[in-house]
Design a protein around this ligand. Structure first.
Ligand SMILES: [Zn+2]
Ligand SMILES: [Zn+2]
Length: 162
């Protein structure tokens, strides 16, 4: 197919592009922009502090949501990397072979997972594993097997086989 005439952008698309362009410019000239902002703020610090504060207050809810989403997206990327490392292309529970991602979790083979999670802080487990270069001593278990091993010290799947 021959390239058509120059695409016509919808108003929304045009706005998006113009924002993207000015962001690009800002990034390229970050130092200049920062210096300029700094200078303006220095001239009247109280005024700009108040503006900043009002903006943060006005946008508190969406800011909170933004950080929450950001953190969740980040953790989910780390989660994928962790499962790919410990489970390959097709991560499964090492005990029963459960393969649904929703059921799978990472188990601390030493059995002190709860303590360990507390130590590194809630919600940072997957990023911790990535940052620590996927340490030994972790395996993939499904929630059922993990729960049973944690609570009872064994999994019924293993008992049946013996
Ligand atoms: Zn299992
Ligand atoms: Zn099991």
């Amino acid at each position: 197919m021959k390239p058509g005439p120059k695409p016509k952008y919808s108003p929304e698309e045009r706005r998006r592009r113009s924002v993207a362009n000015s962001m690009k410019w800002n990034r390229k000239h970050q130092t200049i922009v920062n210096a300029r902002i700094c200078e303006v703020k220095k001239r009247n610090p109280e005024k700009y502090d108040a503006i900043d504060k009002a903006w943060r207050e006005k946008n508190a809810t969406s800011l909170k949501q933004y950080y929450k989403d950001y953190h969740q997206a980040r953790e989910s990327r780390f989660r994928q990397a962790v499962f790919a490392f410990y489970g390959g292309d097709n991560p499964r529970c090492v005990c029963c072979g459960e393969g649904h991602r929703e059921f799978l979790t990472i188990d601390h083979t030493e059995g002190n997972g709860a303590e360990h999670r507390k130590e590194i802080g809630c919600g940072h487990f997957y990023s911790w594993l990535v940052k620590n270069n996927f340490p030994d001593g972790f395996r993939i278990l499904c929630m059922n097997c993990n729960w049973s091993m944690g609570r009872r010290g064994y999994c019924p799947h293993q008992v049946k086989e013996v």
